[in-house]
Design a protein around this ligand. Structure first.
Ligand SMILES: *Cc1c(COP(=O)(O)O)cnc(C)c1O
Length: 376
């Protein structure tokens, strides 16, 4: 089976993991955790990084630290992985869903602007939903597939409407907007190291921030709010959201070779773009001028989506449809969904992600390309 985006265990992974096992440093304290955080801070240009047990727990911590609570709303987008909305729900808040942009598949910023203008009121430096007067403290953009929206415009709108920005940059390690790394535009950003992400620790996540006190609080909350090294003193309700040293050892080895992964993802997308040039109605995600994406997961948009999924998977070439839009999932279908054309639905019915593991062979890519071309 050719995996959609499988883990690439190259580099020093065996050496570092063996080191953990040999020394017994296998749990939530260890040199690799610190090293992984340091590498991430360096790579992203963010002064502080805090490792977490997953991308989802990273998002949950960020939302708590931004003061989101059960009477609030958080603006996010309708096309995302469910973890974004789940993390919002863990705080008790409800997501407000903004439709996707038909071209770049990120949050539609014109719609966002229209929503803020028509549906919200500003009072004492805070944003409220007109309909019920509930507060909207945070906006959480998601960098879908490692692409990014016009961040200048998003930040400008957030400032104008008193919204704190937390980036779900879990798919965007290695993506830049005007040379600035994803996740570093707002109060905090997050990364995920789940098995299919651009690097993996088996499971894990990271928070980045340029605010030292927030980073310290994130670490504190993720460590059961431990307030004393000796006595079992905990000064608030905390969480066991820390990353283990073995996972972090994997992370360190993966960070060492991340540039080669990004390079490979770019070769893969070039291959596919070339192969599908003028083939049927196949379209790729539009990349905005100022964005240098990591091309984590090549995804195409075509009226032959269903046929393509079937043929590819029949040949053991793992491919998957786009996410079911959040407003179509049972737990979010009563949420505020702001849209004009329901572009989310269109993308769900037309997009599919195609095999793009960094170790994929040219032969496998050719097989993928030929399988799809045959449908036209
Ligand atoms: C992967 C992902 C997450 C969650 O990451 P986990 O590490 O699997 O918890 C959150 N949001 C998006 C958009 C993702 O793709």
């Amino acid at each position: 089976m050719e995996l959609l985006s499988g883990p690439n265990m190259g580099g020093n992974v065996w050496k570092y993991v063996k080191d953990c096992l040999d020394t017994g440093w296998v749990s939530s304290v260890g040199a690799y955790v610190d090293q992984f955080e340091k590498y991430t801070a360096e790579f992203t240009g963010s002064p502080f990084a805090v490792a977490t047990s997953s991308g989802t727990t990273a998002l949950h911590l960020c939302l708590m630290l931004a003061g989101v609570n059960e009477n609030d709303y958080v603006i996010t987008q309708n096309i995302t992985f469910v973890a974004t909305c789940n993390a919002i729900r863990y705080t008790g808040a409800q997501p407000i869903l903004i439709d996707a942009d038909q071209k770049d598949w990120q949050m539609d910023l014109n719609l966002l602007e229209q929503f803020l203008l028509e549906e919200t009121v500003q009072q004492n430096g805070a944003c409220y939903l007109k309909k019920d007067g509930k507060r909207i403290p945070v906006i959480m953009p998601v960098h879908v597939l490692g692409n990014m929206c016009n961040m200048d415009k998003l930040i400008q709108l957030a400032n104008q409407y008193h919204l704190t920005v937390i980036e779900d940059s879990t798919e965007a390690l290695g993506s830049f907007y005007k040379g600035k790394h994803a996740g570093t535009f707002g109060l905090m950003g997050t990364f995920s190291y789940n098995g299919n992400k651009i690097i993996t620790t088996g499971g894990g996540g990271m928070i980045v921030s340029n605010d030292e006190s927030l980073a310290k609080k994130a670490k504190h909350l993720s460590t059961q709010a431990k307030a004393d090294a000796f006595e079992y003193l905990h000064d608030e309700v905390g969480y066991n959201y820390r990353l283990g040293n073995v996972a972090a050892a994997m992370g360190v080895s993966q960070m060492e070779i991340l540039p080669s992964f990004i390079q490979r993802k770019k070769e893969i997308i070039s291959y596919y773009k070339n192969a599908f040039e003028n083939v049927g109605d196949i379209q790729f995600q539009h990349i905005n001028d100022d964005v240098n994406p990591n091309w984590w997961m090549p995804t195409i948009c075509t009226s032959k989506q269903k046929e393509a999924l079937k043929s590819l998977n029949q040949q053991q070439l793992q491919s998957r449809p786009f996410w079911i839009p959040m407003n179509q999932l049972p737990m979010f279908n009563n949420n505020f969904y702001y849209h004009q054309n329901d572009c989310s639905s269109f993308l769900y019915q037309h997009c599919l992600s195609i095999p793009c593991s960094t170790y994929i062979t040219d032969e496998a890519m050719e097989k993928v390309a030929n399988t799809i071309k045959q449908l036209f």
